[in-house]
Design a protein. Sequence first.
Lengths: 432, 1009
Amino acid sequence: MRDISMILKSVWKSLFVFSAVTVMAVSTVSAQDAKEGRTLFRAKCSSCHALDAKLVGPALTGVSDRHSEEFLLKWIPNSQGMIAAGNPEAVKLFNENGKVAMTSFPELDEEKVKSILAYIKEGEPKAAVDPSVVKAGGGESGTSGLSIAGIVAIVLVGILILVILGRASKLLERLILQKQGIEIEEDVPLKVGVRKMFKNKKFVMFFILCLVIALGSWGWMGMWNTGVHTGYQPVQPIKFSHELHAGINQIDCQYCHNGAFKSKNATIPSLNVCMNCHKAVQARDNYDGEISPEIKKIYNALGYDPETQQYDKSKEKPMEWVRVHNLPDFAYFNHSQHVVVAEDAIRKAKGLQPTEPVCFACHGPVNTMEEIYQYSPLTMKWCINCHKETDISGQKNNAFYAKVIEAHEKIKKGEKVTPALLGGLECGKCHY
Amino acid sequence: MESNKKYWKGLEEYNNTPDFVKNSKNEFAEPLPIEDVLNEAGLSTVTPRRDFLKALGFGLGAVTLAACQTAPVHKSIPYLVKPEEVTPGIPNYYTSSFNGQSILVKTREGRPIKIEPNPNAGEFYRGTDARAQASVLDLYDVSKLKAPVLKNEETTWAKLDSFVKSELAKAQAGGKKIRVVASTVNSPSTNAVLAQFITKYPAAKLVQYDAVSYTGIIQANQNSFGKAVLPKYNFDKADLIVSFGADFLGTWISGEEFTAQYTSNRNYKSLENKKMSRHIQFESGMSLTGTNADTRVPIKLSEEGPALIALYNAITGQSLAGGTLGNNTTADKVIKLVAKELVQNKGKGLVVCGSNDVSTQILVNAINSAIGSYGTTIDLDNPCYLYAGNDAEFNGLVAEMSHGEVGAVLFLSSNPAYDFMNIDAFTKALAKVPAKISFSDRADETASLCDAIAINHNYLESWGDANAYEGYYSIVQPTINPVFNSRQAEESLLVWADAPVKNYYQFVRNNWEAKMLPAIGLKWNDVLEKGVVTVAPKAAGSYSFTQSLAQVATSIISSSKALAKGGDQVELQVYESVPMRDGKNANNAFLQELPDPVSKVTWDNYVALAPKFAEKLKVKEFDVVTVKGSNGHSVDLPVLIQPGQAQGTASIALGYGRTKVGKAGNEVGKNAFPFISFLNGTMQYASNVTITPTGGYYELAQTQTHHSFEGRAVIKEATFKEYLKDASAGNHKGEHKDYDLWDAYEKPGNNWVMAIDLNACTGCGSCIVACNVENNIPVVGRDEVRRRREMHWIRIDRYYSYETKDGDVTKEKEIAKLEDLDHVSVVHQPMLCQHCDHAPCETVCPVLATVHSSDGLNHMAYNRCVGTRYCANNCPYKVRRFNWFNYWNDSRFDNYLNNEFTQLVLNPDVTTRSRGVMEKCSMCIQRIQGGKLQAKLEKRPLKDGDIKMACQEACSANAIIFGDSNDPNSEVSKALRSERIYYVLEEINVKPGIGYMTKIRNTDTTVQA
C-alpha cells in the first residue's frame, strides 16, 4: 500500500508543477498583451483618447463593459464603414460624440485590438516599480535581487506545501494500514536519520563539495560582474521617455544625438534641441491645461518664460543628467566608427531590421524604454567578442578598407574578415 | 669609412668618473635597498605568526571596507544652447598668431589645447618654437590675477576706469608727461588704438622697450643706409653663413623662421641635390647655433670686434687699425680663410653678428656690403618689425621719471622692474610717478609697484593683429571666452581715451575693413579663415656702404680693450636661453623643464665656464660661485663646465630669477639682467665680472647623461666632401649575418615608421614641448629631474665629439688633450621609442602590457602594466619612463599641473597615466587612429601626410618624417631609401622602426680649426 502514497505524492507534485507553470504562462501572456496594447494605444489612440478623460473621443475606461467585444473588434478597425453601413450601435456612438468620425485602423488585426482592450481593461500599470530601479538619487547600480528573492519564496512555499501534503498522505496511509490490522514498524526518527547521514563520510564529502562549488561559483559570478552595470537605470532629472520620443513619435536618434554620426561622443542634446519642439509641445492636455512639469524643467533650465516667450540668461541653470553608459577613461570608443563606418557590418551581425536604427545593436530597444537603462554589459569581453565575430568583408565598398582588406586577404586566405583580423584586438587600438 | 670620432654626452661620461660609471650601470638612479633587507639583522628579524595574521586580517578587512563603496555617479552636463560649430569630441581649429607668426589653435569643447603651425603662414613658418607650443599652458596659469586691482585690492572695472581717467586728466592738465612703455608694438590695430589715446591725451607717447634689444642693428642701418629698420635676413639664399655670436637658430630675432631657411640648404633633399650651405660660427658661449655650425671657433667677447675688423680688412684689402687677433691664432687663421671664401661666394654669403653695439653693426654692414649681401641675403626693403625697441629712449624715460617730469606711466607687456639693467634706479624713479598703471595679467615685479593693474587677456582670449614683416599681416582671434575678469589692454586704452568704438573686436575689424581689406580684395571672414595676409613683397634693393670706418673702428677697439681688462676680470656674456628667453614666460612649467639644448640643464641658470678656465679659477662643476659685476651687482650661481666655451669668458642665461611671476617660476635661478651695461647709446650684453668660489655646492638638474648608451656608436657622420664622393660615407655597415630568434611580424596594412634627418635637426627642443602638450606628459620639477625621473617621451641627445688626429687614442691621452674641448663639435639626436620589430621590452613584460601591433607600433597598455620596470631595464634606447607619482593628483606637484584649472589643457584623447605604470612614445597613436577614422568616414584610402606626429608638426627644420613604409611613394619611404639612413644600435638586431640619416658637416679641411 505504500504505492498509494507514492502515487499521491507524484500526482500532487505534478499538479503543483503544472499549475505553477500555467499560472506563470497565463500571467505572462496577459502581461505581454497589455504591454503591447499600451504601446499600440500610445501610438494609435492617445492623440484622441485618454483612459480617464474625455479628449476628442470619449474616455475609454470601461469600454468593454459598455460595448461587446464583438462590436469593438469590428468598430476599431473600421468605424467609418460601420457607420456608413448603418449599424445602430455605431450610429448611436457617432451621434453621442458630436458626429466626429473616428479614424479607421485597418492595420489593427484582431490580436492587436484585443491587446489594446486588455490594456484599457488593466489600466495604466500603477507605479510599475521595476524592482531593479534604484530611486536613491540614481546613485547605485540596481541588481535584480528582489526578483530572485521572489522566485526563492515561491519555491519555498511550494516545498512547504509538498511537505505538508506528504505528511498528510502518510498519516492517511498509516490509518488505512492500522484499520486493516497490519502492524508497521515505527519510522526511524528523522533526527536519527540526519545524524546517521552526517556520519556517512561520503555524504559529508559530497555535501561539502557541493557547497564549495555553489559558493565558489556564486562568488565568482559576483566578482566577475563587479563593475558591470547592465540594467543600470538611474533616475534622471527629467523623466524623459525614449519610448515616447523614439518609439511612439519615431524621432530619429540623430535628431538629438547628432554627435554619434561624426564624433566619438554621441552627445546628449543641448536644451535648445528640446526647444525645437517643446516650445509648442507642452502636453497641457494631460495636466489640466497646465504645462507638463517635466517640460517646465526645460524652461526653467533655460530661463525661458512660456508666457512672454523670452529667454532670461541670468536664470540659466545647466541640466545635470546622470550618465548611464560609463566607459572607463582609458578605453577609447568612437561612435562614428561604429555607427557610420561599420553600420552595415553591425546590422548584419546583430540581425537588426532595416527599420531599426543601428544604435539598437548596443543600446537595445531604446524605443521601448520608458526610462533609459544600460542594455549591454560594456565589458572588454563584450567588445572583443563582437570584434572577433563580426564579418566585415562587406566593408570593401569603402575605399579605405578595399586596400586594407585586400592586403590582409593575401596572407590570411579564406579566413573570415573580422575587425580582429585587421588588428582590432591590439591593445593600442583602444587604449592610449 | 670608420670615424675616429669619440662621442660623449657630458664631461662625466667623457672622463668616465666613478660616479658616472656607477650610475650608468643602473636603470634607475637610486638602487633598491636590497642590502638593507638581506643583511644579518634583516634576515633575523622575527615576525611572529600572530602579528602576521593580525596584519593580514586587518589588511583584508580594510581592503574589503574600502571596496564597499558604490560605483560613482557620473554627471553629463550638455550645453544649454550648443554653439553651432562645436561638436563634442571633434576639435575646432582657429587661426591666430603668436609673436607675429600665424598659427592654428586647436580647441576641444571650447578649450584651446594645442598650437599648430598654420599651413598658410608662409614658406618658412613651417613649425613653431617651444614657446609657442608651451604658450597654451599660460592661459591656464593659476598665478594670474582674477580681477583688476586698484591700490593692491581687487576692484571693479568701473572704479579702475574712473581712477585711471582722473589720474590721466590730472597729468595732462598738470603739464606732465604720460608714457606708455611697451615691448615692440607691431600690431596695426594697437598702433591705431595708441594714436586715439594720444589724441585724447596729447602728453602721451609710446616708448618701446625690449628686454633684449636690437637697437644696435636698427641704428646701424640708420647710420649706414638711412633706414632705421631690422632687415629681413634670407638664410635660405646664403651658401656661406658667418655668424659672430648671433644665435640665429635659437634666440636671435626669429629663430624658428631662420631654422627653416637654414635647413632648407642642409636637409636630405638639399643633399640629394648635392647642395649644402656652409656655416662658420665665432662665439664665446656655446649657443644652439654654434652647435650646428660646420666650424665653430671660440673667441672671447673682446675679440669679436677685432675679429670683424680683421675680416673686413681681409675682404676689402683695407687696413683698419686693430684687426689683429694676437692671442687667438686659430681664429686669426680661420678669419683669413673665411674672407677668401666670402669673396668667392659674392652675393651668396651672409655675415651676422649678435652684438647690440652700433659701431660693431656698422662694421658688419660694411662687410655685408662688400660681399654683396644686400638685395640677396639681406633685404632692407621688406624689413622685420619684430623688434623696434629703443634703448636710449627708455633710459631717457627713467631719467625723466626720476626728475618728476612724468605724470602717468602705463606698462604694456613690459616688466622693467625685472628686466631693466638698473632695477634700483628704475624703482626709485617709478616711485616719483604719481600714476602707475600696468596691463600685466599678474602682479609681477613691475605691476606690484603700480597703483592699478588693468589685467590683460591672454593672447588666446584676445582680438588683434600683427605685422611681423613688411607686407606680412596676421590676425589674432580669441579661442575661448575670457576666463577671469580681465579686459584687453587695447580696450582699456579705448575706454580711457573715450574713443567712439570701445569694443576692440569692432575696432580691429573696422581698422582692417577701412585700411587693409580694400587694398587686398579680401573679406574679413576670409582673413579670419586664412589667418594671414601677405602683400607682394617689394623688390629687395642693393645697398652699398660708402662711409668711413675709422671712427667706428676706434670705438670698437676701445670697447674691446675695456672688456679685455685681464687680471681677475672675467668677460661675462649674458644671453637668452632657448627655453626661457627673456623670462616673460618663466611661470610656464613646460618651458622650465625643457632642457637647455646645449647644457641640458632644467629649472636653473648657471655660470658656464670652459673646463680649463674652471681649473684655473679652481672651481669644479656645481661649485657655487659669486659673480660680481663692475656695477656692484652680484649673484651666487653654480658652475657648469661647458666644453666649447671660450677661455677667459663666462656665460649666464637671462630670464631666470623672477620673484613675482607665479608658483612655478618664482626663485628659479638668478636674475642676470643687471649685468647688462649701457654704453654708446645701446644695451651691451658683455661686461666684466669677478668670479670667486663661495665654497657652496648646488647640483643642477641636468638631463644630459641620464640615459647613456655607454659609448656605443649611435652617431654616424661624414663630411660633405666625403658625401659627394660616396653618399653612404660614414655609414658603411660591416658584413655580418642576422639571426632572428623571432618570426617577423606581418604588417599587411600600414607600417608606421619614421626617418630623422640629423643634418636638419638643430636640437631646439620644440618637439619636446609639442609632445608634452599633445600627450599630457607631466612636469616633475627640479628635484625629480635630479633623480633622473623626467617624463619626456622624446629627448634630444646632445653628443660632443672631436676629431682625433692619430686614430685610436687611449683614455689618458684623451684627458691630457683637454684643451681640445674648446673645439668640440656637437651632434643633436632626437631619441624616442624606436618601435622595434623585435622589441626587447615586449619579451620581458610579464603581463603583456607592451605588445606589438600589426602596423609596426609597439603598444603600451597602461592599465595592464603592473610596474615591474623590466621593460625599461631591457630597452637599449632608454626611452621608457616610469610614473613614480600620480603627478596629476599629488600635492607635491602643485606648482605644475596638479590643479583643476591647469588640467583644462589636457588632451582629452590621451589618458593621463597613474602612478606605477610605464609610459613611452606611442607614435601619437591618437593621431594615427584619428587620421584613419577620418579617411574611413570619407570612404577614401589613407594618403601620405594625412597623419602627422606632434613632434613632426612642430619641427621647423622638417627633421622628422613620419609615414607608412608600406606605401613606396610616401615621403618617409623615399627618405628611408637614402644611403645616409642607419639605425641606432643596428647590430643588436632589434629592428627599430626609426631610421636616422648621417650627420654631414660641410667642413673643408683647409678651414678646419
